[in-house]
Each structure stands twice: as C-alpha cells, then as structure tokens.
Design a protein around this ligand. Structure first.
Ligand code: DHB
Ligand code: FE
Length: 280
C-alpha cells in the first residue's frame, strides 16, 4: 500500500523563484531566506519520496478567470512550467503519476469531495517555486509530482474545515493505493501578505507564528478559523494558508515529528513560513 510519510509546508513567492533562476541566492537580501532552506534541501535528499502530492493555487495562470475549479487534480503524465508574463521559468517539466492521481480522484470523489480532473495544464510559481526551494536546480525533478490546485483567488474560497477534511479523504485515497509508494504531501502559499489595495505590504508576524504553532499542535482547532479571519489578520492573499490544512489533514492522527520550522520576513512583500512534519 502507498503511505504518506511526511508533509511539508512553504510559501511560494515568485521573487524567490526569480532569485534562484538569476543566481542571486547569496546576495545579502536573499541569503537569510535561503539559509532557512538548507536543512530542507538536505532532508529532501535524505528522504526522497516516490511521489509528491503538491497542493498549491493557480494564480489565474492555467485557469484564467473564465473557469475556476475549487479543487482540481492533475492527472496528466507531465505539466510544463507556465509563462506568467516573462517566459516560463527555466525549470524541468513536472512528471506526474496519472495512475495514482486517477485513483485519488476516484476515491476522493466517492468520499463526496468534488474534484475537477485536469488532463492538460501548465503549472505556475505556486508549484514550481516550492520545488526549486527544496530541490535546487536539477536537470530533472527528483520524483513524480501530482499537482493539486485549490481556488483561493476568486471568491468564494473553500473553508479551512473543508480543506482539512479533504486532506483526510486524500489520506484514505493514498492509503488504499495498491503499490508501496512513499508519498509526501505539500501545502504551499502564505504566509501573511496582501498584494494590492490600501493594505498592500501587510505582514502579521503574530498571526503567522500562531498559525505555525497551531498547524503543528492543533490543526482541528485551526480548521475552525473562518476564512474572513485570514483575510482580516493575514491580508487578502493570506487566505492561501487554508491550503496548508489539506496537507495537515492528510497526516496521521498521532502528533507529528517536527523536523524543521522556519519563518522569515521579508521576501518580496511577503512573510515566508516553512515546516517539515514527519508522520509518527
Ligand atoms: C507574491 C505572489 C504570490 O502568489 C504569493 O503567494 C506571495 C507573493 C508576490 O507577487 O509577491
Ligand atoms: Fe501565491
């Protein structure tokens, strides 16, 4: 049977991808940020999964605002890096796992969560920046990746509770897959940030750190926090944090082993948060 051995959480700021692609990671502005991911890159090498289920949001790149699935699973064999306006990032094409993705779709839909099946999609910074942070600049990504896109861009967005319960359904799905695969589930986005309007540049360290505490120790309680609290406290784009609850919901009910925790301000106009949790 397949099993989820770990979950990983990280912001996915596009400027981080640009800093990697342009060779700026050792510049004084960026050095403290990338230092926080040194442990993680080593951990990734030492704990390479077969497949990553990578929860992220598309930023009106693949889906535009004409059609917006709440939850969408990538079932294709490959996904190309998207052109977000300045050409695709110079990173490898993402190789998927169509059989596992289709199994997850089957199982999760039969557990009453509606997923959109995506057979062709380019993937934007929401997916590629976390891969770059964890894997550096390889010729090929070190494992297969199933993109799992969540709408946190166009209202209405899913609640934290629904995301957490979806994670549980994903856990059931993966654990009922008939091959001994080692799977990681990643939750991306956040932390506090607002990219537009009078509150542009908003950062809330207290909220972010309380969120990190709670996603580790009390995810059930965090799942009850209404979406409006994220927007009020963490800014309009802080709502991306609900995606972390999908990854957390997919973990076992035992307290996780906290392998790494990192928080840094600023990256671009965003707070960056990062966690690695292993299943006990
Ligand atoms: C920015 C964009 C994002 O999607 C995000 O999650 C954080 C920051 C940005 O444009 O700076
Ligand atoms: Fe984002």
């Amino acid at each position: 049977m397949a099993k989820i051995s770990a979950s990983l959480y990280t912001s996915h700021v596009p400027a981080i991808g640009a800093a990697i692609d342009l060779g700026k990671t050792t510049e004084p502005y960026w050095q403290p940020l990338f230092k926080g991911y040194e442990y993680s890159k080593q951990w990734m090498q030492d704990n390479k999964p077969d497949v990553i289920l990578l929860v992220y949001n598309d930023h009106a790149t693949a889906f535009s605002l004409e059609m917006i699935p709440t939850f969408a699973i990538g079932c294709a064999a490959e996904f190309k890096p998207a052109d977000e306006g300045w050409g695709p990032r110079p990173v490898p094409t993402v190789k998927g796992h169509p059989a596992l993705a289709s199994h997850i779709a089957q199982s999760v839909i039969q557990q009453d969560f509606d997923l959109t099946i995506v057979n062709k999609m380019d993937v934007d910074h929401g997916l590629t920046v976390p891969l770059s942070l964890m894997c550096g600049q390889p010729q090929e990504w070190p494992c297969l990746v199933i993109p799992f896109a969540v709408n946190v861009v166009q209202y209405p967005v899913p609640s934290g509770r629904r995301c957490y319960n979806l994670g549980r359904a994903i856990r059931n799905a993966i654990e009922s897959y008939d091959e001994p695969l080692n799977v990681h589930i990643w939750g991306t986005g956040g932390m506090s940030h607002q990219l537009q309007g009078p509150r542009a540049g908003l950062i809330n360290r207290e909220f972010d750190n309380a969120f990190l505490d709670r996603i580790i120790a009390d995810p059930q309680g965090q799942a009850d926090v209404p979406h409006i609290d994220y927007v009020r406290e963490a800014g309009s784009e802080g709502i991306e944090l609900v995606m972390w609850l999908i990854a957390r919901g997919a973990m076992s009910d035992n307290a996780p082993n906290v392998k790494h925790r990192f928080y840094h301000v600023p990256a671009s106009n965003t707070a960056v948060g990062h966690l690695i949790l292993e299943n006990n």
